[in-house]
Ligand binder design. Sequence first.
Ligand code: PEP
Length: 251
Amino acid sequence: MRRPLVAGNWKMNGTRASVAELIQSLRQQALPEGVEVAVFPSFLHIPQVMAELDGDSIAVGVQDCASQTGFGALTGEVSVSQVAEFGCQWVLVGHSERRLVLGESDELVARKFVAAREAGLKPMLCVGERLEEREAGETLSVVERQLEAVLDLAGIAGFEEAVVAYEPVWAIGSGLTATPEQAQEVHAAIRGRLSREDAEIAAGVRILYGGSVKPENAQELFGMADIDGGLIGGASLKANDFGAICRAAGN
Ligand code: PEP
């Protein structure tokens, strides 16, 4: 039985005051026991978020990490060792904004995934196709290529403590959402690809959907067989909406 997971990617948003307000409102939400909840604030807000969550069951992750473990001369990067020391559990790797705006390759994403695993962190690997790729009928081959790079470097064992987030690029922040059937097709293909390596690990891997998830569409998406929760951008900045999405995952 896979435990549903809902994660909020706060991206490059927030001030000390707005983060404090968001945490306070999140803590007032009735979050279902059976659903794991995580938030991904900016690096600067991590200590504040950890302190203000004050032992709450909401886990904290970071939105990126360096591709090498340990410490060293790498100006501007944040090491997985530092992330682990701060008590974070999760690392987002391969978000489409990093792949497409910042030019991260499949190979670099795979190295970050491995670094996160080596530091005992849980990677949340984002994969997804661009609109042109979907229109050209390349959705499954793009997602498989992104997955393959990680399988090559981390092996299927790397997925034991990882989560995959399918996020069609055309649905991110656009208000467009994949239909539950479109999403399910890709989720099943991801699980199928992992299953070719190890059926047991594949059956346990949680595959989240991300892309304009809102309280109004969450229930229908989360009702699909291979959708185990969501990675939420915009709606995660509104405590009431995020709470409602978490509750939908618990139904
Ligand atoms: C995201 O950026 O991971 C995301 C899913 O964003 P949104 O929910 O705003 O589409």
